[in-house]
Design a protein around this ligand. Sequence first.
Ligand code: GP9
Ligand code: MN
Length: 620
Amino acid sequence: MKLLQSFGLRENNGFAYLSALLIWLKTYFVQRFCFVLPVKGWYQELIIFISPLSSVLVLLSLIMIFLRRGVRAAVIAASAFTSLLLLADLVYFRFYNDFITIPVLFQSDNLGDLWGSIFSLLRPLDLLIFTDTLALAVAACAMGCRAAAWGKYRIAAALVLAFMVFSTNLSMANTVRPELLERTFDRQIMVKSIGAYNYHLYDALVNAQMGSKKAFASNGDLVEIENFLRQIPKDEIDAEMFGIAKGYNVFLISMESLQSFVIGRSIEGNEITPFLNRLIKDSIYFENFYHQTGQGKTSDAEFLADTSLYPLPSGAVYFTHAQNAYDTLPKILKKLGYYTAVFHANDPSFWNRGHMYPTMGYERFFAASDYNITEQNSIGWGLKDISFFEQTTDLAKSLPEPFFAKLITLTNHYPFELTAGDRFIPEYTSRSQTLNRYIATVRYMDEALKRFFDKVKEEGLYERSIFVLYGDHYGISQKHRKAMAGLLGKEKLTPFDHAQLQRVPLIIHIPGSAGKRMKTVGGQVDLKPTVLHLLGEETVGEINFGHGLFAKNRPEFAVFRDGSFVTDRYVFTENTCYDKATGEKTDKARCEPFRELADKHLTYSDQIIYGDLLRFNPRF
Ligand code: GP9
Ligand code: MN
C-alpha cells in the first residue's frame, strides 16, 4: 500500500495516469506484435510506439470533461472498450489482412464470412489484451485506488499534450509517407503511422462527411448531368475499328509510372524501351494520351479506365467511395459473357482494392497471396515484374474465355530500385538520382513486357487476345525538372513542358492488325468507351465523360484533375493559355470555351461520386 501511496495511486490522479500508461502500452504491444505490420528501422519503431498516446490522452480527457463522479469506473470501461476494439481489429486482420472500416460494418456479407470462422480466428492468448482492464479493476477494488476528476487546467494540459504528440506523430509519419491523411492509400500504413484509434476516428469522420453529401443528393441531380452529356453528339466510330476485337480476350495492362518521354528515346546508344518501340510499330499508338490522375495515383488511373468518370480532387475515390454504384467496364463485359479478373501482387488493403474490386464488378482478384513471392523474386514494392508476368500468365491460362484481365505492374515505382542483375542498361547520369534510377527500371519493365508477350504466345493465348497498355501516371515529378530538362535537351522546362510531360503511352495491340501512330488527343477517361467499341459494343446511354478514341467526331480534349487541359491547338495550365504548336503563351480567350467545358466535366463527375448519383440510373 505504501508503495502505491508513494506513487500517488490511491488518492488522487495516479489511477488515471496508470490507466493512460497501461492502455498506451497495451495498444502499442498489439499494434507492434499482434498485427503483422512491416516496421523498418528505429524511426518507424518510434512512430508506432508513440502513435496510440494522443488518442489515449483525448479519451481520458473526454471522461474528465463529462464526468465529475464515477471516473474510476469510466476509466476501467474505457480500457475494456479499447481492448474490445483491438480484439475486433485483430480478428479482422487475421482474416482479411486489413482493418475494419465503417462501411464494412454495414456490409453483412463481409462480416458474415468473418462470423463463420470467428472461433478459429480467436486464440487463448488474445485474452491478454484485457490485462490492463484487469489490472485497473484489481487496483480499484482490491487496493482501493481512487480516481479524482480532473480540474480544467489538468484537462487543458492533457489536451495540449495530446495535440503536441499527435502533431509530432503525424509529421514524423509524413516524412516516411508524404500526404498520409490526404491520400489514405493503405490502412496498414495508416495504422502503423497514426495508431489504430486515430485511424478509426479518421475513418469515421471521412465516412460521416461522405454520407452527408450522399443524403442530400436526388435523382434530379443526375438528370441535369445526363442532359449535359446528351448535348454532346454521339460517337461516330470508325467502321474499320468498331468490333474489330469482338469476342477476344482483353489484357488491360497498367504500366507503373510510365511516361511517354521514354518511348523511342535512347541514352548513350541504349534504347530505354526497345521492346515497346518494336511493339508500337505493330500497334495503334496514341502519342497524345494523358494521365488524369489525382492523389489516388494507380487507383485513380484504374478508376478512370473502368468508369469513364474522373477521380476526386482530393483523396482516393477507391477509399472514399467504394460503396457507390458504378457502371463499369468489367460489369458491362460480364454481361457480354466475359470473365473478369485483376492481377496485382500487392495486398488487397492497398488502395482499398479488396473492397473496391467487387464494387467495380471484378469476379476475381489475384493478389499477393496468389503469387509465389520470395526474397529472390522481390524488390522495393514487392514481386518483380518479370516474375509477376510469368506467374500471371500461368494463372490467366486457366481462366474461362473470353476474359477481361487487368494486370498492374509494380517494379517501376518510386524509389525505382533494381538488383544489379536486372539492370539491362546503365542508370542515367544527372543530379537527380531518382531520374537516373527511373531510366533503368523503365528498361526493366520493358524487358518484363517482352517476356510476357513471349510467354502469352507460347501458351497459345496471343492470337485470341487484344492488349491495351497504358501508363498510369507520371514517375518523375516537377522536383526533378532540371535533370529532366537536361535529358530532353532543353535549357529549362516551362509549365507548358510540364503539362506535355503528363503524356503516358497508350498502346493498343491487336494481333494481325497493322500498326498506326495516332495524334488524337485523349486521356484515361476515354479507355472504357474505346475498349467497348473495339469489342463491338455501343456506348450510347452510358454516363461516360470520355469518348471512344476511334470516334471520328470526338472532341480533341483531355482534362487534368487540377483543371489544366489540352486540346489539339492549346494547352491550358497554371492559368495560362499556350499555343500547342509553339509552346508560346497565347491569348487566354482562345482557351476560354474549353475552360468552361473542363470545369463542367470535373464538377459533374465529382457530383456523381459525392452524391452516389448512379444509384438513380435506370441501367442498374
Ligand atoms: C500499389 C501500386 C502502386 O499497389 O499500385 O501504387 P501508386 O503509389 O503508384 O499509386
Ligand atoms: Mn502507380
